[in-house]
Design a protein around this ligand. Structure first.
Ligand SMILES: Nc1nc2c(c(=O)[nH]1)N[C@H]1C(S)=C(S)[C@@H](COP(=O)(O)O)O[C@H]1N2
Ligand SMILES: [Mo]
Length: 320
């Protein structure tokens, strides 16, 4: 079992949707806001079907910060409708259909392991500790597709500084909720639940690494990992664990869900690397959801300037 080997139904094919969307290109227009600011719509008006209107409008925020990609944001309908979240099913459309009923309040996060200030904290308290930032990041799934997603959250580093890693701490482990009553996928043995992931402490401290609580200025949709989700944009999407309930600092490298499921295919690091193919497919290029042709995949998903130094001296073929 892998994150990918699912055939895709033609109805859900992004290529087909994009084909329909192209027909509306001529209708792309400009919106004049009350303040006189003019924004050019990034998407053709015709693509905003009645059912998705509102969900697929203009970006709610402006993304011009030092960490923001200058690439256009993906359609919100794709970001919130084309997901991987096996707790809610294996098809890309399952999370949007099934995750709506997940109860994200009240929600507590247990912070423990090798920290000076272990604690169990309510999600609303946790997110009130930090100013929330908007970040427009690329996301590259190991399956060979990608999106540009407008996250809202706070740097994981800010949380780590607050809880104070103990002297022996070298890794940060994350655990997802695994509630079979709320998550139909957890009733099956697809993966060994709960889903877990981990970063090295220096990766976790990198300013790019976010804990997201929102998307395009609104509360994170459940299918995207509400109420708390990791975002490390230079790594394959599967590192970006959703619905986090535990954050645990450890001395040893934790085992992670996908590397347990298929150790030859999914390593601990999972840095986006076009030069290291998946055993069953090339990683040299990717399909940006919403575009017709493939584009080359960039080393570290284009974030090499910020993160390559973390791996100096490490053989990235062995440590894939
Ligand atoms: N708990 C949990 N987190 C998860 C997954 C999952 O199945 N369960 N899928 C991962 C994979 S493979 C990807 S590509 C991203 C997808 O994030 P998105 O649906 O918000 O685009 O979530 C990751 N986080
Ligand atoms: Mo993925």
């Amino acid at each position: 079992m892998t994150p990918t080997d699912k055939p895709q139904s033609p109805a859900a094919s992004p290529a087909r949707r994009e084909f329909l969307r192209q027909g509306g290109l001529a209708a792309a227009g400009a919106l004049v806001l009350a303040g006189g600011l003019t924004l050019v719509s990034r998407r053709p008006a015709a693509a905003r079907t009645p059912a998705l209107a509102g969900a697929q409008g203009l970006p709610a925020r402006v993304y011009t910060g030092p960490y923001d990609t200058k690439e256009p944001m993906s359609a919100l309908g794709d970001i919130t409708g084309y997901n991987n979240y096996y707790e809610f099913g294996l098809d890309k459309s399952d999370p949007a259909r099934n995750a709506g009923t997940l109860k994200t309040r009240p929600w507590t996060v247990q912070i423990g392991g090798l920290v000076r200030k272990p604690q169990t904290v309510d999600i609303d308290t946790l997110q009130s500790w930090f100013p929330l930032e908007d970040r427009l990041y690329r996301m590259r799934c190991v399956e060979g597709w990608s999106l540009v997603i407008p996250w809202m959250g706070f740097p994981l580093a800010a949380l780590l500084r607050r809880i104070e890693p103990g002297s022996g701490a070298k890794y940060v482990q994350f655990t997802s909720l695994a509630d079979p009553a709320q998550m139909p996928g957890v009733q099956g043995a697809v993966l060994n639940w709960p889903y877990t992931e981990a970063l090295r402490l220096d990766e976790a401290m990198n300013p790019l690494t976010l804990l997201a609580v929102g998307l395009d200025g609104k509360v994170l949709p459940n299918q995207n990992g509400a109420p708390l989700r990791l975002v490390a944009p230079w790594k394959y999407g599967f590192k970006n664990i959703k619905a986090i309930t535990h954050i645990t600092l450890t001395a040893e490298q934790p085992r992670t869900t996908w590397s347990i499921a298929a150790p030859d295919e999914y390593g601990f690091y999972a840095n986006v690397n076009p030069a290291v193919d998946h055993p069953r497919w090339s990683q040299a290029s990717e399909r940006r959801i919403g575009e017709l042709s493939r584009r080359p995949t960039l080393p570290f998903n284009g974030y090499g300037e910020q993160v390559a130094a973390l791996y100096s001296g490490l053989d990235l073929r062995r440590n894939f």
